[in-house]
Ligand binder design. Sequence first.
Ligand code: CAA
Length: 385
Amino acid sequence: MKPSRGNIGIDRISMYTPAYYLDVRELAEARGVDPDKYTIGIGQDEQAVIPSSQDAVTMGAAAAADLLAYIDPERLGLVILGTESGVDASKAGALYIHELLGLPHTVRVMEIKEACYGGTAGLLTARDYVAAHPGAQALVIASDVARYGLATGGEVTQGGGAVAMLVSENPRILALSADSTVYSESIQDFWRPVYTDEAQARGKYSTEQYLEFFARVWGASGLSAADCAAVLFHLPYTKMGAKALARLAELDAVSDELRARFQSSIAFSRRVGNLYTASLYLGLLSLLCSSPAFEGQLALFSYGSGAVGELFTGRLVEGYEKFLPDVNALLDARRKVSVGEYENIFRDAVPYGPEDYATNPDYYCGPFVLTGVVGMERQYARREE
Ligand code: CAA
């Protein structure tokens, strides 16, 4: 039987974050800040610490490697990396991932950039691609290092990691609706010039714009909270999601069930921090892994500074719980680093200059590493764990 063109979505999903984390209470003490500000005011507990051997490519490849068993080389037609911490201003990071994973050459490979919206742009593009190419698979990878700088206002909202999603007809996890509501407008709330790896943010303004964009697309969508089993938000830090839920409560009635599911959706983000393009999808994983199996429609709000806000929906597929990765095991296996060690790791960054550079093998982790930069070319390697 030819599969239905209307039933397209996330067939498989996986996640990766490096093996180190920082306790934000310890960070607060080192910065002379009340720890409650970070744990309650910002809503974070832990933050992923990203060594220079890990970047959007290695983390994206690590997440996608877990989906290789489900990829049919005859059906795969599209590979997209959504990232705002891309490793090259020209070549798509997805091509490095494509090579590390040994994917077929008969596929479109590209990178999409629009801040944290890039993962959603990839997912919805993949959905449309599969609709136009019945039977095809598309691989979407959202991967980022969220980096603001030591002792900056944004430091507590750093983090990093990747989520990979395989999109096809008759998905096993989430069937995506063909409809969505989007709003785009050029604003200057958050950006990263090409000569630095640290984001610039007008912090307060960015949070206000996030909420404005949410209210706008929610209002235009015609959605009712009562029609949703859960509402998921882009999570730069979990308090931002709580603010969005509060805004929703001003616009519509929010049930106790929606509030409880929101709490489930932020559990992983509290431990990893911001994953930029992947944050919304870490929230999806958190909700599905942390709640008893349920059914119904999910609403997902994606926000990418600059800015694009898009609200879309998906319906959970019966039995989805059998196809989820063990994210808790990945997070529990990480090693805590002290603030001093985090600062050393932070300072050992790939230089923004033409000189050769070697990453520190003491901080190699995951199945793929950046070993260094030679003659301005990044050197990637597979590693036996
Ligand atoms: N106990 C409990 N709460 C406390 C506290 C204490 N002792 N001290 C302060 N707080 C609370 C404050 O009341 C405040 O709460 P509300 O937001 O509810 O008012 C909260 O802690 C934050 O404190 P500040 O208002 O002083 O904020 P800040 O100056 O520390 O900056 C930030 C916070 C703007 C998020 C900053 O970390 C930042 O710039 N982060 C990067 C930008 C960002 O993440 N923006 C999000 C929207 S943009 C986006 O979504 C795209 C993306 O991924 C970046």
